[in-house]
Design a protein around this ligand. Structure first.
Ligand SMILES: Cc1cc2nc3c(=O)[nH]c(=O)nc-3n(C[C@H](O)[C@H](O)[C@H](O)COP(=O)(O)OP(=O)(O)OC[C@H]3O[C@@H](n4cnc5c(N)ncnc54)[C@H](O)[C@@H]3O)c2cc1C
Length: 473
C-alpha cells in the first residue's frame, strides 16, 4: 500500500499488529517444522502441527499475518477487504474456521437491479442474466455448458493425466473460446468472465489450466455465482479475521518481519533464514506463491521439475478499488450496485456496504491487462478514472466518496499478484504432478497447490490441512 493510503487508513483508527523479531540465538533451537508464510495456508498448517505437539515456528516476511487476505476498518462499523472476501458453496473448511473464530457471515447484497454497461449505455436488468440479446445469451449458455462439461471430464487430482491434456495445454483458453463461440457479444462476455477469474489475458492461459481451475471450484458458473456460488457470503470484520484468530492461537510461534532468503538441507536438519538470522528444523513447509519462491536460495538445488514450475508461473494482476460514501445512494434508484461493464475501466462492481452501517461502499475489481494499464497511472489519475466510471453508472454523487482506496497485490513484493498464479502454456500437463511433491524435508502448501478451490481461501486452508498431515505422517 502506498504510504499516503496507509496514513489515510490510519486516520480512520486502524490498530497495528504486534511486532516480533528473531534473535540470532534462535539458531540453537531445533524445530520439528518451520513454516514459511503466515497466510491462511501457513497458519492452518501451523495450527494442526502445534495441535499434534510439534515444535513449530512460522516465519512471515511482512509485518502482518493473512497474506492475500487483508482487512481494514474504515469507520466504526465499516471495513474493507483489500484481498480475499467471499466464501460460498463448498467452502466448508472456511465456514468451519469462521465459526470457530466466533466470526459471523452476511450475504452478498443483491436486492435490486443490476447494470450492464455496453456501448456507452447502461442497461438495467433484474436477476442473473445481463440483457445481451437473445442470440448472445443462447450462445453464452451453450458456451458455459461446453466449458463446464469439458472441465468436469478432468480428474481433480491429476488433470494432467487426461488423454487430451497435452492438446488442451497447448492452446490458450482464448483460442478455445474463439473456436467454440461464434456470437461476438457472447465471446466478449465469456472472455471477460474468464479473465475475471484468471486475472491474466485469456490468450496467455492454457485451456487445460482454465478448465482444471473451474473444475476445482465446482464449475465456471459456480465461481461466478452469488446465490449457491462462490460469492455467497462475506465475513463481518473482514476475511483477515480468520488469520488473526489463528495468530492469536499460535501467539509468538509466529514471527513477523522475518523474510526467508535461504533453505539449506543438511544431513540431519535444515537451516532456514536470511542474512540476519537462521533457525534449524527437521522439516520446512514453504507456502509463498511459487514466483516468490524464486527469492529463496535452496541448497541443494530443487529438482528440475519443481524449478521449471517455479520459473514458469506468473501471478495474475487485479486491482481492488473501494469507494466509501455517506449513504448507499444507488439503492434509492432501485440498484443493487452490481455492475458488468464491457467497455469501461470498471469491469465488475458490487455493493460491499456493511450491514448495520449507514454508509455505502462500492467495490470494483479490474483484471489482467486492463489492471496493468491502470497501474501505470498515478494514484490520483487512477482514482479519477475509477470515480468517473462510477459516475457513469450511478450518477454524479459517485464522484464524491468519503474515502477512496485501491490496491494491487502485484505491488506487494512478498505476494506478487492475485488471485493466484498460472503456468505458461505447455507446462502444467508436463510438470503439474510435481507442484506439491516434497523434496527431501521440504514440503509445499499454498492455494496454488490445492486440488480443490485452487486460488481461493478455501484452497489455501485445504492445502494447509493436507501438508500438515503429510508432515505428521
Ligand atoms: C484482491 C483479491 C481478492 C480475492 N478474492 C477472494 C475471494 O473473494 N474469495 C476467496 O476465496 N479468495 C479470494 N482471493 C484469493 C485468496 O485471498 C488467496 O487464495 C489466499 O488468501 C491465499 O492464501 P495462501 O496462504 O495460499 O497464500 P498467501 O496469502 O499469499 O500467503 C503466503 C505468505 O507467505 C509470505 N511470504 C512470501 N515469501 C516469503 C518469504 N521468503 N519468507 C517469509 N514469508 C514469505 C507472504 O508474505 C504471505 O503472507 C483474493 C485475493 C486477492 C488478492
Amino acid at each position: 500500500m502506498q504510504r499516503k493510503e496507509f496514513l489515510k487508513l490510519a486516520a480512520f483508527g486502524l490498530a497495528s499488529l504486534p511486532f516480533y523479531s528473531l534473535s540470532r540465538n534462535d539458531g540453537d533451537e531445533l524445530y520439528d517444522v518451520v513454516i514459511v508464510g503466515a497466510g491462511l495456508s501457513g497458519l492452518t498448517a501451523a495450527r494442526r502441527l502445534a495441535e499434534a505437539n510439534k515444535k513449530i515456528l512460522v516465519l512471515e516476511a511482512q509485518d502482518r499475518v493473512g497474506g492475500r487476505t487483508w482487512s481494514q476498518q474504515v469507520g466504526e462499523k465499516d471495513f474493507i477487504d483489500i484481498g480475499g472476501q467471499w466464501i460460498g458453496k463448498g467452502h466448508d473448511a472456511m465456514y468451519r474456521l469462521v465459526a470457530e473464530a466466533g466470526l459471523k457471515t452476511f450475504p452478498t447484497f443483491t436486492n435490486g437491479k443490476s447494470i450492464l454497461r455496453k456501448d456507452a449505455e447502461n442497461k438495467i436488468y433484474s436477476g442473473d442474466t445481463p440483457p445481451l440479446g437473445f442470440f448472445a445469451l443462447l450462445a453464452t449458455q451453450k458456451a458455459l455448458n461446453r466449458f463446464d462439461k469439458a472441465a468436469s471430464l478432468l480428474s481433480l487430482e491429476a488433470p494432467w493425466q487426461a488423454s487430451n491434456a497435452v492438446a488442451l495445454d497447448d492452446i490458450s483458453i482464448g483460442s478455445w473460446i474463439d473456436a467454440t463461440i461464434t456470437n461476438k457479444n457472447a465471446r466478449t462476455l465469456i472472455k471477460r468472465m474468464a479473465e475475471g477469474e484468471l486475472c491474466q489475458p485469456v490468450e496467455k492461459i492454457s485451456a487445460l489450466q482454465a478448465l482444471a481451475a473451474a473444475n476445482a471450484t465446482g464449475s465456471f458458473r459456480q465461481a461466478e455465482k452469488v446465490e449457491d456460488g462462490a460469492l455467497r457470503d462475506r465475513i463481518f470484520g473482514g476475511a483477515q479475521g480468520v488469520s488473526h484468530f489463528l495468530h492469536r492461537q499460535l501467539k509468538d510461534l509466529v514471527k513477523l518481519n522475518s523474510p526467508i532468503s535461504f533453505v539449506k538441507q543438511l544431513d540431519h536438519y535444515l537451516v532456514i533464514g536470511n542474512e540476519n538470522f537462521s533457525v534449524r528444523a527437521k522439516k520446512v513447509i514453504i507456502t509463498a506463491p511459487l514466483p516468490i519462491v524464486k527469492k529463496i536460495q535452496f541448497t541443494p538445488s530443487l529438482p528440475k521439475e519443481k524449478q521449471i514450475l517455479i520459473d514458469s508461473m506468473e501471478m495474475g494482476t487485479v486491482i481492488k478499488c473501494h469507494a466509501v460514501y455517506a449513504t448507499p445512494f444507488w439503492r434509492a434508484q432501485g440498484l443493487n450496485g452490481s455492475v458488468t461493464c464491457l467497455d469501461e475501466a470498471v469491469e465488475l462492481a458490487v455493493d460491499n456496504s456493511v450491514p448495520g452501517s449507514e454508509r455505502g461502499i462500492i467495490t470494483s475489481l479490474i483484471h489482467a491487462d486492463r489492471a496493468k494499464s491502470l497501474l501505470k497511472l498515478s494514484d490520483e489519475e487512477r482514482k479519477q478514472v475509477l470515480l468517473n466510471a462510477y459516475a457513469k453508472l450511478f450518477g454524479e454523487q459517485a464522484l464524491l466518496p468519503q474515502l477512496y482506496h485501491d490496491y494491487s497485490f502485484t505491488n506487494n513484493p512478498w505476494i506478487g499478484g492475485a488471485y493466484s498464479g498460472y503456468f505458461k502454456t505447455g507446462v502444467f500437463s508436463q510438470y503439474g504432478e510435481h507442484i506439491a511433491k516434497p523434496f527431501g524435508n521440504i514440503y509445499w502448501a499454498g492455494t496454488e497447490t490445492s486440488t480443490l478451490f485452487k486460488g481461493f481461501m478455501e484452497g489455501a486452508v485445504l492445502s494447509g490441512e493436507r501438508v500438515a498431515k503429510e508432515v505428521i505422517s
